[in-house]
Design a protein around this ligand. Structure first.
Ligand SMILES: *Cc1c(COP(=O)(O)O)cnc(C)c1O
Length: 380
């Protein structure tokens, strides 16, 4: 782990506090999730549910996850044996990679990648094989030949995040089909990070489609999601893994020695949240889409070249029109120049040049916070 420093999110959040800046760096909302969820957590804490929950997660949460998978994605997972509750998606990803990779195995992933991916792959002694997402004609895409070239005899799994952080890309049906075809051809597993499953905007070119639903993929996919982003409770750290019985059993083997279990009294509350009416998910998405539009407009007016995201909490912007040549330098200077914090996305690439001029802003913030950030950015 020697090459890994403090995560960029912690570093930039500390910079925001130190300089009194508007923090559009780290992707956490500044409002709370559904009231029924908060009430259920308080009731569970006061109602004596404060000891170790069962290893796989409490039955009512596993049942709610199973029902949610069926209702939204048409996927069937048995709550007894095919679902595991984890300490956020982060633990689910780490435990899956540790469980499924031997030292030297290769993991195909798309860069820019969420920063825990590189660390989890390193912890397993595995090797990452990144395929670069490049911006062309207003959206991020990969070269299919580059994807194919990343597969080989040592490939163990593909790690896919869609909707994708930090680019806001939603992988299309054609792109997912290419990935699935290679997984089948090379007989490898897929681990999918779908924490933004409910955040695909109405003008996206593609809806969210879980890779597990494609032909030949159900039994070779470990599907991961989390409550943090969907229910605005990133500090609760409740995630889950859905897959076949043997794969969930393998991941559980690792999870039990990382955290054993987690968030006992919060688990019943997430079960309540998952049973929210469809209107909750719709309104949540529409609200975020409005915030996206507000920030994209402000960034464009401030002079950035903006790549409009199709989903997630984030927008990436190119600093070239503002004379920027390096995102790290630009983000370090931004608090002093105008009192706003963003995250340089080059730290999520092995091919640093591909992301050198790109930075990421989060728009999962209250309207007045976004207004203030936009006003400050006009000083640039
Ligand atoms: C936020 C995020 C996570 C982490 O989810 P937790 O449930 O907080 O651990 C994982 N993957 C991506 C892409 C994220 O943006």
């Amino acid at each position: 782990m020697r090459p890994f420093g403090t995560t960029i999110f912690a570093e930039m959040s500390a910079l925001a506090v130190r300089t009194g800046s508007v923090n559009l760096g780290q992707g956490f909302p500044d409002t709370d999730g559904p009231a029924a969820m908060l009430d259920a957590a308080a009731a569970a804490i006061h109602g004596g549910r404060n000891q170790y929950p069962p290893g796989p997660g409490i039955p009512e949460l596993r049942a709610a996850i199973s029902a949610h998978q069926r209702a939204f994605w048409g996927l069937d997972y048995d709550p007894d044996g095919e679902i595991l509750v984890t300490a956020g998606a982060t633990e689910a990803i780490a435990a899956s990679i540790l469980a499924l990779c031997e030292p030297g195995d290769e993991v195909v992933c798309f860069e820019p990648y969420y920063d825990s991916y590189a660390a989890s792959i390193a912890l397993a002694g595995a090797v990452r094989r990144p395929v670069t997402l490049r911006a062309a004609e207003g959206r991020y895409a990969f070269d299919p030949a580059e994807l194919r070239a990343a597969f080989g005899p040592r490939t163990r799994l593909v790690l896919l995040n869609s909707p994708h952080n930090p680019t806001g890309k939603v992988f299309t049906a054609a792109e997912l089909a290419q990935i699935a075809q290679l997984c089948v051809e090379y007989d490898v597993l897929a681990v999918t990070d779908e924490v933004y499953e409910h955040l695909v905007f109405s003008d996206a070119t593609a809806p969210h489609v879980p890779l597990a639903g494609l032909p030949g993929m159900r039994d070779r996919t470990v599907q991961i999601s989390s409550a943090g982003k969907t229910f605005s409770c990133t500090g609760w750290k409740i995630g889950w893994v859905c897959s076949t019985r043997p794969l969930v059993s393998a991941v559980t083997r690792v999870k039990q020695f990382l955290t054993y279990v987690n968030a006992g009294p919060l688990q019943p509350a997430i079960a309540v949240a998952l049973e929210s009416p469809p209107s909750y998910y719709q309104e949540f998405r529409d609200d975020l889409q409005r915030k996206r539009d507000q920030l994209c407009k402000g960034l464009t007016e401030a002079g950035f070249s903006v790549l409009q995201p199709e989903g997630t909490y984030f927008v990436t912007a190119d600093i070239t029109p503002l004379g920027g040549t390096d995102g790290v330098d630009f983000c370090l200077a931004l608090p002093e120049r105008c009192g706003v914090v963003a995250v340089p996305t080059q730290v999520f690439y092995d091919d640093v040049d591909a992301g050198r001029r790109l930075i990421r802003f989060a728009f999962c913030k209250r309207d007045e916070v976004l207004d203030e950030a936009v006003a400050r950015l006009q000083r640039l």
